[in-house]
Design a protein around this ligand. Structure first.
Ligand code: DON
Length: 323
């Protein structure tokens, strides 16, 4: 197994530095008015757009917070890297590469065009595990004998990354299940190309439930810090996945974590991150810490506006870009 490189002695973030960076980002960006809550999932449109929380968790388990750090919200696409971690752990990286693909699509997270173009070019149609097509395929690749078992294995994985039992937001689950017609089309299209094992509607239902899990910015920061710490949760001390697999998840987040804006993100912030339409973002500095933000208004690609600005500012202050 891969050895996790030790953090440089001067890479440790002091309590004062972390608190200052968080506080400054929160006061600088709380008044930003750009962006709009996701409205294609009706229950996300109702969330208070003024909520704004930021949390930083270090690989030695220290937690620093500012603002609405304990407000629950739907994890949505921020769940995708953690299900990817489950699949990597269970079936290995080679199968993920071959059956889902790992390249950025350059297209929105729910693109059907991208599936068609990949198929045309003889690439795996789903694209990568962090767009909807690849994430639904990843769910279908979790070894399980029933839908219940598949859900439990994914839920347990999210819980282990967070270090607590995460509740499902039943309202978001119902709302999303009633309106996810495009994801149904994506799932059946993948099935038609024999690119999704098992029952596509079962995989989609488990995926929808996975997206409806409620988290706080603090949960996301602990989940990210588990990846930063080579797959071991720094708060609970539990090993969740092998360090090789944590590294693969981070590599995938660097190139595809913010959808069609992933290139811009890597260029600007220089580190792996993942966003969700519930307003969450988690960014990871390997071997050091993770920062998570919650702020519902999104840009056109589906990424939290205040969240991106806050992460960029904190990472700049703490020297967190990986290059
Ligand atoms: O499948 C969907 O459309 C949602 N459950 C999740 C999408 C998402 O979070 C994309 N995010 N930026």
């Amino acid at each position: 197994a891969r050895k996790t490189p030790p953090a440089a002695a001067d890479a440790e973030v002091s309590a004062a530095e972390a608190k200052d960076a968080l506080q400054r980002a929160h006061s600088r960006f709380k008044g930003v008015k750009e962006g709009k809550n996701a409205d294609y999932i009706p229950s996300l449109a109702k969330v208070d757009p003024g909520l704004f929380g930021i949390v930083l968790v270090t690989v030695d388990g220290r937690v620093y917070s500012v603002g609405d750090s304990e407000s629950p919200f739907a994890i949505e696409s921020v769940s995708k890297p953690f299900t990817l971690a489950r699949v990597l752990q269970d079936v290995g990286a080679a199968k993920v590469e071959k059956k889902i693909g790992t390249n950025a699509t350059g297209e929105p997270f729910n693109s059907i065009t991208a599936i068609e173009q990949n198929k045309e070019a003889n690439r795996p149609p789903a694209g990568n595990p962090l767009v909807n097509a690849g994430a639904i395929t990843a769910v279908s690749m979790v070894p399980a004998k029933s839908a219940d078992e598949r859900w439990t294995r994914i839920h347990d994985t999210l819980n282990d990354f967070a270090g607590r039992e995460l509740p499902v937001n039943e309202e978001v689950y119902r709302s999303e299940s009633a309106t996810n017609t495009r994801n149904r089309a994506i799932s059946w299209l993948l099935k038609s190309y024999d690119a999704l094992p098992g029952d596509p509607m079962e995989a989609l239902d488990v995926y929808t439930r996975q997206c409806s899990v409620n988290v706080t910015a603090k949960d996301l920061a602990i989940m990210g810090a588990t990846l930063a710490n080579g797959g071991m949760n720094p708060v609970t001390g539990k090993r969740v996945v092998d360090s090789d697999n944590a590294q693969k998840v981070l590599s995938q987040m660097l190139t595809t974590g913010l959808y069609e804006n992933s290139g811009d993100w890597s260029f600007t912030a220089g580190l792996p991150a993942k966003s969700g339409v519930g307003g969450g973002i988690v960014a990871v500095v390997p071997g050091r810490f993770a920062v998570a933000t919650f702020s519902p208004p999104l840009d056109k690609a589906g990424n939290s506006v205040r969240g991106q600005k806050a992460v960029e500012s904190i990472i700049t202050e703490l020297g967190g870009d990986i290059f």
